[in-house]
Ligand binder design. Structure first.
Ligand code: AMP
Length: 585
């Protein structure tokens, strides 16, 4: 299959996808059978008494639902170099580090050739649909790709973030070429050891090849936005490099410098042109199409925790469409965006039925069951009842359970999705949020999505002042009695006291969860606190994660900082410049 990537036949890829999704139930059964056959000899599966059975019913009866924590002891032995079949039939030789946003530290997850193949299948599928709607011409992509450091574990396995494992795989380049996604930047920039230097060079490469750039992308929208925010700071220096043909002294990683020096030639006309274009923009509106006149779209994951960045990204994008990339995790891919014309706010992902075996735990049903069981429910936690891929219902929300080809069986991904429709017989799902509640003190329940909506609402008051929320996070402060919510905001400029007070009240009022509102009314939850942090605070947080081995390509701002993430909380608290308490209740 990988070889086929070299010659890309768009219609054939679409046909294959249509065939798979028309028969999703059978494909799921066969996929599970294949996974168990390939890995049946693994100690983990052996211990569960499947005894050679590969059917769905036996699998569900024998194999428990697990979280990463349950599998950690097994993964630890693999990481430490035990090459016996522990979770998979074939030994695992590579480990992915998840972004670790939730827990504050990266998780170790097995990676293998099958996950690589799945990645390419997802890329191919969504490209085929995307290219049908927005055909690319010959050219290049300005891709803000960054590799994390790769290292060897104690046991000698290669370890890096999942995106790094993908970028470093020998198949990656060929696959990218087939889907017209050759990067403007040389490998030395993508794999450069200093993220800030790589970013500067990506921008410079984009400008050098500006007429060829067909689209702008990154894994997550955050890195695209971050790149153009940085552009605002360094554009004159970039113009200067282009004018003189001499690379800024800020680039001191030798391999990056050498590679860039080969590309950079004095080009005063180009420097003047860019200078003129940038000088004539109003508040940088429409920057991207000005710089890259042949770009067709901007592409990256734009849903979930990326949604708060869309407003600013649209500002830079002018009229260029924003297209959301696919849905997956270090644990494996789930769905492809096959309706690229939909704006990111409406984007859905069609689950590929052959890349894993998927189950879905209905969330509403479980909650209703618990309500009906009144008092007892708090003592007897209901057993979640997962349903199969083709059994999900439109309009319902579910938690995603993954069984993949790399040693994860009935693994809870921790994501909540909503079924919006079906593509043939496979569901099209919308990403809702992470499963865990972010903000809860007593009977209140607020998720990442609730926080996002509240920040969006209060952010409108800032927009009236031509300011925006650069990034945000939250914290439950139990050091006061009663405890209260703290929202951290980094703002793009100076806002007045009055406006910030209003924003603080608006944040408080916009958490509409009944538990929160009633607790606020009787003061069993204290007044919400808005803490404004210094410019650059969230960059400090990003740098902190990079120091832990995370990669910019996978970075997601932690939306709630809990006790397990004390260092990030310290960064936030040390940077507070102003604080306001709500008077909304
Ligand atoms: P990581 O932990 O770095 O592997 O990131 C995986 C997580 O990123 C997923 O479990 C989701 O929570 C989030 N994610 C990945 N793709 C999307 C998407 N298309 N939309 C929203 N969130 C996503």
């Amino acid at each position: 299959m990988l070889e086929k990537m070299e010659e890309f036949d768009q219609e054939k890829v679409i046909e294959e996808f249509e065939a798979l999704t028309k028969d999703a139930e059978r494909v799921q059964r066969e996929t599970l059978k294949k996974i168990i056959e390939e890995n049946g000899s693994a100690e983990y599966l052996q211990s569960l008494g499947l005894n050679g059975r590969t059917d769905i019913e036996s699998f569900r009866a024998c194999v428990p639902l697990v979280t990463h924590q349950d599998l950690e002891p097994y993964i630890r032995r693999i990481v430490d170099g035990n090459s016996s079949p522990i979770l998979t039939g074939k030994p695992i030789t590579t480990i992915s580090l998840s972004s670790g946003t939730t827990q504050g530290k990266p998780k170790y997850i097995p990676f293998n050739d099958e996950l690589m193949e799945n990645t390419l299948q997802i890329y191919r599928t969504s490209f085929a649909f995307r290219n049908r709607e927005f055909p690319l011409g010959n050219g290049r992509a300005l891709q803000f790709l960054y590799s994390s450091k790769q290292f060897k574990t104690n046991g000698g396995l290669a370890a890096g973030t999942a995106t790094t494992n993908v970028f470093r795989n020998s198949m990656f380049k060929k696959a990218m070429k087939a889907i017209q996604s050759i990067s403007c930047s040389p490998d030395e920039v993508i794999f450069g050891s200093d993220f800030h230097q790589s970013l500067y060079c990506h921008l410079l490469c984009g400008l050098i090849f500006r007429d060829e750039v067909q689209f702008i992308s990154s894994t997550f929208a955050h890195s695209i936005l971050y790149a153009f925010r940085t552009f605002e700071q360094v554009w004159e220096e970039l113009c200067n490099d282009i004018r003189t043909g001499v690379l800024s002294s800020r680039i001191n990683v030798l391999s990056t410098r050498t590679a860039m020096s080969k590309l950079l030639k004095p080009n005063p006309e180009l420097a003047d042109l860019i200078y003129k274009k940038c000088s004539s923009l109003s508040n940088w509106y429409g920057l991207i199409p000005e710089l890259f006149p042949n770009a067709k779209y901007i592409y990256g994951i734009m849903t979930g925790s990326m949604e708060p960045y869309l407003k600013k990204l649209r500002h830079y994008a002018g009229g260029l469409p924003l297209l959301s990339a696919d849905y997956g995790a270090s644990e494996g891919w789930i769905g492809a965006n096959v309706n690229p014309k939909l704006p990111p706010e409406l984007a859905t992902y069609a689950v590929l039925p052959n890349i894993g075996y998927f189950e879905f735990i209905p969330l509403r049903e479980n909650i209703e069951d618990q309500d009906h069981n009144n008092m007892e429910s708090s003592f007897l936690r209901m057993e979640p009842k997962p349903v199969g891929l083709t059994e999900v219902k439109i309009g319902e929300e579910y938690e995603v359970i993954v069984t993949n080809f790399a040693g994860l069986y009935r693994y809870s991904l921790g994501d909540v999705v909503k079924v919006i429709g079906f593509h043939n017989s496979t569901p099209e799902i919308k990403f809702v949020c992470r499963r865990n509640l972010l903000l809860t003190i007593n009977i209140d329940k607020n998720t990442e999505k609730d926080l996002q909506l509240s920040v969006e609402e209060a952010g409108k008051l800032l927009s009236e002042e031509k300011l925006d929320v650069v990034d945000f996070s939250s914290h439950v402060d139990l050091s006061t009695d009663p405890g209260h919510y703290v929202i951290f905001w980094e703002i793009s400029g100076e806002a007045s006291q009055e406006v910030l007070k209003e924003c603080c009240n608006c944040l408080d009022k916009s958490f509409v969860d009944a538990g929160y509102v009633s607790s606020r009314k009787v003061n069993s939850i204290g007044a919400l606190e808005l803490r404004v942090v210094r410019r650059g605070t969230f960059q400090e947080i990003l740098d902190h994660y990079l120091g832990l081995g995370s990669a910019v390509s996978q970075f997601k701002t932690p939306r709630c900082v809990g006790p397990t993430n004390n260092l990030v909380l310290q960064i936030l608290c040390a940077n507070v410049v102003k604080s306001y308490f709500s008077t909304a209740f």
